[in-house]
Design a binder for this molecule. Structure first.
Ligand code: GP9
Ligand code: MN
Length: 651
């Protein structure tokens, strides 16, 4: 090879196309970015009425495109045109996938849910009804860019590698990433937790633009993969033995064990229902007479501390169904929907039950459409299936929700198999002042709390109480009440601490101190056995993590991976045990230990007490429990972990 050929001047036609900023290659690249940006922008405008184009959304979207597209400029010349056109096709496919998801689920596609096939197939099988010919417009540019790329190749217009080129690519990708990061950071500042949990994908995309939503989704996945727990067989064995030792302690000799065996299970998670509602009267008017009546016929734990974290309602569902703690980052429902869980649903399904979840929101909210099958539900009846005859707040009104759910429950009964119906209510959601709700609520004399958020809360709980009353009555009329175990609990507290004044005046208790405020952060758990058997008030404090093992015991089985305890088992000392929160804080012997700043509050005297050595020791036990739960989530009950747990279970 001689130097003359290598370093000789390129032919004249090639020289003109390759040279300068306005080269054919740069024109193709710049045009492609502009067209792709326009496609995503048109999608955002069409799907999210509230989406507005601002400098920051434009920079975020362009930034994401630059980050993805710039590295393609370093691909060898021969393949570069093909790579760029392929990237265009891939991103256009992403818009089409989002379009179909939006039509089918009112949701956006998440890279996390690749491989969760049941729902992908649902979309695939209805593709002919979902697809509109105008969707083809997203692909119209591809043949044009293919022709341009081919022309560029013919004219030898793709430039070879140079360090200047590499530096330009680096600058573009960095600027692009900075633009995306700016958008994500700004959004996260305004809606804390929305990006890490992505609880409501369309809502994030409506504000940030779909491109930035996908960037945030991909970054979350990358971050999780990088920080994923690694543990070996020995660690799995330790976990399995620990679980077994706890199962061993549950002697299952209590008279309620198996009391619901073969009966239906109807479990109701009530949005924002807090403990202080139980028995509460405002100006001599009972706020929740129907829940109170149900409690009179039930085993009731009025003080169940809420252990939810960033996953809010969905964390509560995870604990009530599978007795696993919320995940350390983000929401388990989003991150671990592909796991095989051991839960009330999986165990009852294996015993021949029909298992159905009901919730009047969009199916993709909290990723429920992907998580529910993993929790053992055969069907999920959501906004997609209910008639949206009355909407309040986030979705279907509780009134219509219970009415329509009753219709499905009748069908389940008529099918002749026992069933597990899991109902998640929605209307009593923050900020509790939905216009349509105000028109239907009872008049409750609220005194100073009237016209406050607390007043709105009380009225919205009174509304859901009325719906629950009607539902229980309908169950009774259908002869189902005594053929079922009915469980009801609150998902999490919902009144912000800033509103303690109005609540103090309503409850007639000073809630201004930190300890006093903590005392109201609990929810009630109500378990009605057939014919109201064994009804009792159990005042010992418990945690939401205990709901699943307690319900399981009543149905006559145990969940081997449960982190909580069967509250009805004899010999369980609820005061002695650790009640662990995701933050690593815990309650023991009536003292709330705040692990973050090493403070302790006595929940009986509401006084701060000294943080002792012993408390630090218990904190490591609390951390161990959280770690075991994380192992179950992150290990996904797969491979060796599953094997050890099964072996320990069968010992
Ligand atoms: C959304 C509903 C509320 O579907 O369950 O969720 P939250 O905001 O309480 O987590
Ligand atoms: Mn909730």
């Amino acid at each position: 090879m001689n130097g003359k050929i290598l370093f000789s001047e390129p032919p004249a036609y090639a020289k003109s196309d390759r040279g300068g900023i306005i080269s054919l290659e740069n024109i193709i690249y710049g045009l492609m970015i502009a067209v792709l940006w326009f496609k995503f922008h048109s999608f955002d405008k069409a799907v999210f009425p509230r989406h507005v184009l601002t400098l920051i959304t434009a920079v975020g979207g362009l930034g994401t495109l630059l980050t993805v597209m710039a590295p393609a400029l370093l691909i060898p010349r021969g393949a570069r045109g093909i790579a760029l056109v392929a990237l265009d096709a891939l991103l256009s496919m992403l818009i089409l996938t989002d379009t179909l998801y939006a039509r089918f689920y009112s949701d956006l596609f998440s890279l996390r849910n690749i491989g969760l096939s049941s729902y992908a197939w649902e979309i695939a099988s209805s593709i002919t009804t979902l697809f509109r010919w105008r969707d083809a417009a997203y692909f119209l540019d591809i043949p044009i860019f293919a022709a341009l790329a081919w022309t560029a190749a013919k004219r030898d217009a793709w430039r070879g590698f140079s360090w200047i080129r590499a530096a330009a690519v680096l600058v573009m990708a960095t600027l692009g990433a900075a633009g995306t990061a700016w958008r994500i950071y700004d959004y996260d500042m305004n809606v804390s937790g929305a990006i890490t949990t992505l609880w409501d994908r369309p809502s994030v995309a409506a504000d940030t633009g779909t491109l930035v939503y996908h960037a945030a989704d991909a970054l979350n996945i990358l971050y999780d993969a990088m920080t994923r727990m690694r543990f070996d067989d020995d660690d799995s064995k330790v976990l399995a033995e620990w679980l077994l030792s706890r199962n061993g302690r549950r002697a299952n000799t209590e008279k309620t064990f198996g009391a619901g065996h073969g009966k239906n299970l109807i479990m109701i998670q009530v949005e924002s229902l807090q403990s202080f509602i139980v028995g509460l009267k405002a100006g001599n008017v009972e706020v929740a007479p129907n829940i109170n009546r149900l409690i009179g016929q039930s085993i009731c734990f009025p003080v169940v501390f809420s252990q939810t974290a960033a996953g809010n309602s969905s964390d509560s569902e995870l604990m009530a169904n599978a007795s696993l703690y919320p995940t350390s980052r983000g929401a388990a429902f989003m991150r671990f929907a592909s796991n095989s869980y051991r839960s009330i649903g999986t165990e009852l399904a294996s015993m021949g039950y029909s298992t159905v979840a009901f919730h009047g929101d969009r199916p993709g909210f909290w990723n429920r459409n992907h998580m529910y099958p993993s929790l053992g539900f055969d069907r999920y009846i959501s906004m997609k299936n209910f008639r949206m005859e009355e909407s309040i707040g986030l979705g279907l009104s509780d009134r219509s929700f219970f009415n329509q759910s009753m219709g499905y429950i009748r069908e389940l009964r008529d099918a002749g198999k026992p069933f597990f119906a899991f109902l998640v209510t929605l209307t009593s959601h923050y900020p509790f002042n939905f216009k349509e709700l105000a028109e239907q609520v009872r008049d409750i004399p609220l005194g100073d709390a009237d016209e406050t958020l607390v007043g709105d809360y009380i009225r919205s709980i009174a509304y859901v109480d009325e719906q629950i009353g009607n539902f229980i009555e309908a169950l009774d009329d259908e002869g189902l009440l005594d053929e079922s175990v009915v469980v009801l609990y609150g998902d999490h507290p919902a009144i912000p601490r800033g509103d303690h004044g109005a609540l103090s005046s309503l409850l007639g208790r000073d809630l201004s101190s930190q300890a006093a405020w903590r005392s109201i952060l609990s929810v009630p758990l109500v378990i009605r056995l057939p014919r109201g058997n064994s009804a009792a008030m159990k005042n010992t404090p418990a945690g939401q993590i205990d709901i699943a093992p307690s319900v399981a015991a009543i149905m006559g089985f145990s969940i081997p991976t449960a982190m909580g305890q069967n509250l009805l088992a004899p010999g369980i000392d609820n005061a002695e045990r650790l009640l662990v929160f995701r933050s690593g804080s815990y309650i023991k012997n009536g003292v709330w230990i705040e692990q973050g700043n090493k403070t302790a509050f006595d929940m009986r005297t509401y006084k701060e007490t000294e943080y002792s050595e012993e408390m630090a020791r218990h904190a490591s036990e609390a951390a161990k429990q959280l770690m075991f739960s994380d192992m179950l989530l992150e290990g996904g009950m797969s491979g060796r972990l599953k094997h050890f747990i099964l072996r320990a279970e069968n010992k």
